[in-house]
Ligand binder design. Structure first.
Ligand SMILES: *[C@@H]1O[C@H](CO)[C@@H](O)[C@H](O)[C@H]1NC(C)=O
Ligand SMILES: *[C@@H]1O[C@H](CO)[C@@H](O)[C@H](O)[C@H]1NC(C)=O
Length: 432
């Protein structure tokens, strides 16, 4: 109970000073090229996968035609290697003319016509990480205006080839410059990742005032060890990171690699569940033209998305690390609901984890439990009742937990809204 009280206080003290552009009141969702497509510029030999306007048009088609957009996946984001090696005669960035023959404004139009938003990439420094033209302090106003003129909706601002002093000036300056264009452009700052991600070098109060999201840590790779390393870093540092997040200001543990090659289905559910608990941006980096139905089902899970997108915007936390290799994560949600994730680090067999809601700091009451990935009701569960969840190696069990039946009546509808019409009620749950 002491625990629950502590969290209420946290929720209320989420800082009120937030970048005032009205954007990203819930974590952004969409698609970002980097992890899957990197700096593949070989359109001659690899036309389907090279960084080109055709790739972004293909993904825009898929987001708008395959049910992604309606679930909230609306950003189509270009990463590095889109630009020409030279600025134009007026000193403005320009797209590579061979790979983006129609130009970025035309691509923006194509994407907007489909009800989607376009993100672009820049770098605070002399060069981007891939060696393309960067944005030095002198270029910030020009580049912000160029992105606004092109009707871009989001900027990821990387930090290769600049030092700490330049970054300290450049990241706030770009925030101001974007604001001065008058166009609402969401602003993703890679700054903390270049400064180790932790105070005293990183000031999360300041980041929340100038950026909508920020990369705290290194790039994700298409492997389970990468996902695990990132998740561990974020939860090991949750006392610092968790209070930094809130509507309009998010920690970014980097892209979802669900649908690529490195994760099993269990591990894919684990990434989706932990990113939902972390209130992380959900940027997929995969091939939506060929994605498996298994990966699509995970990424399109309505309740997992609903948990990620909870309007209260309180980032969740790791509650428990058990000697058995089971870890338990928790996130408070609006309408007195919450989410729990039971995660197994084990590598042997499904582990039968015995606990109760009371042991997980839930207060007195009877709760409605919905199993997010099994997509079914598990029936009412009293706080004091012991139960067993069976958690597969490197997998999760994720629960959406409605407010206790004796809580405020008018708050009971959120679960219904999240579940949608297709789900049926059952109460043959897991209870012992
Ligand atoms: C710019 O900042 C002001 C003051 O913080 C805010 O009211 C305005 O909405 C911002 N405009 C844009 C386009 O972000
Ligand atoms: C962090 O930034 C905030 C807001 O810009 C500022 O008020 C505060 O003094 C900074 N903290 C430190 C330790 O520099």
């Amino acid at each position: 109970m002491g625990f629950a009280v502590a969290f209420c206080v946290l929720a209320i003290t989420v800082p009120i000073f937030t970048l005032d552009n009205g954007l990203m009141r819930t974590p952004p969702m969409g698609w970002l090229a980097w992890e899957r497509y990197r700096c593949d510029i070989d359109c001659q030999n690899d036309p389907k996968n090279c960084i080109s306007e055709a790739l972004f048009r293909d993904m825009a088609d898929r987001l708008s035609e395959d049910g992604w957009r309606e679930l909230g996946y609306v950003y189509i984001n270009i990463d590095d290697c889109w630009a020409s090696m030279d600025r134009d005669a007026n000193g403005r960035l320009q797209a590579d003319p061979k790979r983006f023959p129609s130009g970025i404004p035309h691509l923006a139009q194509y994407i907007h016509d489909r009800g989607l938003k376009l993100g672009i990439y820049g770098d605070m420094g002399t060069h981007t990480c891939g060696g393309y033209p960067g944005t030095t302090l002198d270029d910030i106003t020009t580049d912000a205006q160029t992105f606004a003129d092109w009707e871009v909706d989001m900027l990821k601002f990387d930090g290769c080839y600049s030092n700490a002093k330049e970054q300290e000036k450049g990241y706030p300056a770009m925030s101001k410059a974007l604001n001065a264009t008058g166009r609402p452009i969401a602003y993703s700052c890679s700054w903390p990742a270049y400064q180790g991600g932790l105070p005293p070098k990183v000031n999360y109060t300041q980041l929340g005032e100038i950026c909508n999201l920020w990369r705290n840590y290194g790039d994700i790779q298409d492997s389970w060890s990468s996902v695990l390393t990132i998740a561990d870093w974020f939860f090991n540092n949750q006392d610092i990171l968790q209070p930094a997040a809130g509507p309009g200001r998010w920690n970014d543990p980097d892209m979802l690699v669900v649908g690529d090659f490195g994760l099993s289905m269990e591990q894919s559910r684990s990434q989706m569940a932990l990113w939902a608990i972390m209130a992380a941006p959900l940027f997929m980096s995969n091939d939506l033209r060929t994605i498996s139905s298994g990966a699509r089902t995970i990424l399109q899970n309505r309740v997992a998305i609903g948990i990620n997108q909870d309007p209260m915007g309180v980032q969740g936390r790791r509650l428990l690390v058990e000697k058995s290799g089971i870890e338990v994560f928790w996130r408070p949600l609006s309408d007195k609901a919450s989410a729990l994730v039971f995660f197994s680090r084990r590598t042997d067999m499904p582990y039968r984890y015995l606990t109760s809601l009371a042991k997980l700091h839930y207060t007195h009451g009877t709760y409605q439990i919905y199993d997010v990935f099994a997509e079914r009701e598990l029936g009412p569960l009293k706080d004091s009742t012991d139960f067993v969840v069976s958690v597969n190696p490197t997998g999760v069990v994720m629960w959406y937990i409605s407010a206790p039946a004796d809580a405020d009546q008018n708050s009971a509808h959120m679960g219904e809204k999240l579940r949608g019409p297709a789900l049926h009620r059952k109460s043959d749950g897991i209870l012992l």
